[in-house]
Structures are given as C-alpha cells and as structure tokens.
Design a protein around this ligand. Structure first.
Ligand code: HEM
Length: 238
C-alpha cells in the first residue's frame, strides 16, 4: 500500500503509470493493426472469421475490454495531470524549444503530445461508433438491429461490409488519415519518452530507443493509413 501511495503521490509516479499504460496501448495498437491488415491481404470471410473469433472467447472478451478501457483512462488521466503540472510553471520545456542535447527531447512531436492525444481520443470514440457499435449486418446482408450475436457460429456479423462502407466515404478517408498520422506522431515521441519516464536512461541504448520510436511511429502511422486509403482506391477503381 505504501508503494502504491508513493507512486500516486509523486509526479514521477504519475509519469511512470503514464509510461506503462502507453506501452501497453502500443501493444494493443500493433495487434489491432496486424489483425486489420487481413482487410488488405485476405478475403472478406477471413476478416469476418477473425472478427468473430473475439466473440468466441465469451466473457473473457468483457474482461479484456474492461482492462483496455481502464488502461486508456489511466493513460489519459496521468497524461493530463502531468501536462497540467507542467503548465503550472514547474517545467519550461514547452516554452523553450532549444535543443536539449542528443537526442533532443524537444521535437514537434513532443510539444504536441497533449493535442495529438486529444485528437486520438476523439478518433477513438467516433471509431467505436462507426465499427463496434455501427450497423450489424448478418451474412445475408440484412441489417440486424440488435447488438447481440447468435452463438451458434453461423450467424456471423459481416464486419467486413461495415468497414468497407465506412471507407467508401472521402470525408472518412481524410479524417482517418489525419488521425492515424497524428497517432504515428504521438507514438514517435511516446515510445521513446516512456522508457525515459521509467528511468531507463543509458548513453548507449537511449539513442537506439529514440530511433526505434521513429520507426514505430512511421510503421504504425503508415500501416493504419494504408488500410482506409487502399480500400477507398480499390473501391473507386472497381
Ligand atoms: C485505420 C484502420 C482501422 C481499422 C480498419 C479498424 C477496425 C476496427 C474494427 C472492425 C473494430 C470492431 C471490432 C469488433 O467489434 O469486432 C475496431 C475496434 C476498435 N479499434 Fe480499430 N481500426 C482501425 C484503427 C484503429 C486505431 C488507430 C485505434 C487506436 C488508436 C483503434 C482502436 C480500436 C479499439 C480500442 C477498438 C475496440 C476493441 C474492442 O472493443 O474489443 N482502431 N477497429
């Protein structure tokens, strides 16, 4: 209990929670990207099977979703708290954009973390409305008005159709593109910064983590960008 109290009563502790929750979310974001790449590489059946797989784990899905939501909330609360404490004047880093040595902590990505984070939050809410709570089609393309699924495995939700419909709208492509590029920017700094917050600072490994952060940002940003853009282009040419 003393340890938990110590963590929550210091700004270093809040930063550590922010770091661990952020790294966990990166784990989810990578798994989610790999799964969604089936939209580009596989058939509609393969994607619906993948999507349906999560339903088959039963109540474990609720446990995983609860954990995911808790981690998101923890990440947002700690990020906003740390940001406010910086704004109160303790930290001058957002005002002073001069170099902080090599590799510099002060990049465009680092100075816009709170704003890119807020856009990602808005994106996430709209994303869930579009997909998770979007129209439920069954395999015969009838709209199913209930959010519940039959458990016999034959009446699978046609998630593929929902996704393709969303990615036929140019406004959605523009919005997704902006949001996922900001996600890449957010992770470009967030990945590296998380290790700093955890005190893992080493003259040899810190520059490697910094470069790894750039790669993570680019791969995730471009990976998520490719899905809506290629689906849109494929639809437009067919
Ligand atoms: C741009 C490509 C993306 C596609 C095609 C996509 C697709 C989907 C689909 C189909 C679902 C519904 C899953 C279901 O209910 O069975 C979903 C849920 C979700 N997506 Fe995405 N997604 C994308 C990007 C993102 C990004 C960038 C994030 C995070 C920042 C994200 C976070 C989530 C979360 C948290 C859920 C809810 C997961 C759950 O409740 O189990 N997605 N996504």
């Amino acid at each position: 209990m003393t340890f938990v109290r110590a963590i929550f009563s210091s700004s270093v502790g809040w930063k550590m929670i922010n770091a661990v929750s952020g790294l966990s979310l990166i784990g989810f974001i990578i798994v989610h990207l790999v799964g969604n790449l089936i939209l580009l590489t596989g058939t509609s059946e393969a994607f619906n099977q993948y999507s349906h797989f999560y339903e088959t784990v039963g109540s474990l899905l609720y446990v995983i979703e609860l954990m995911l939501v808790s981690i998101f909330i923890l990440h947002i609360v700690t990020a906003v708290t740390v940001w406010f404490s910086k704004q109160m004047g303790r930290d001058i880093s957002y005002k002073n954009s001069a170099s902080a040595g090599s590799p510099s902590k002060k990049t465009w990505a680092s100075q816009t973390m709170i704003y890119s984070g807020l856009v990602i939050l808005v994106f996430l809410i709209l994303h869930l409305v579009d997909f998770k709570y979007g129209p439920h089609y069954d395999v015969s393309n009838e709209i199913v008005t209930t959010q519940l699924h039959l458990s016999d495995g034959t009446d699978v939700r046609d998630m593929h159709k929902t996704v393709i419909e969303v990615f036929q709208r140019p406004v959605q492509i523009i919005w997704y593109s902006i949001a996922v590029l900001l996600l890449g920017l957010h992770l470009r700094h967030g990945f590296w910064s998380a290790f700093q917050s955890l005190g893992l600072n080493h003259p040899k490994y810190t520059p490697i983590l910094f470069r790894l952060g750039i790669m993570v940002g680019i791969i995730i940003g471009l990976g998520y960008l490719a899905i809506p853009v290629l689906i849109y282009l494929k639809g437009a040419t067919s």
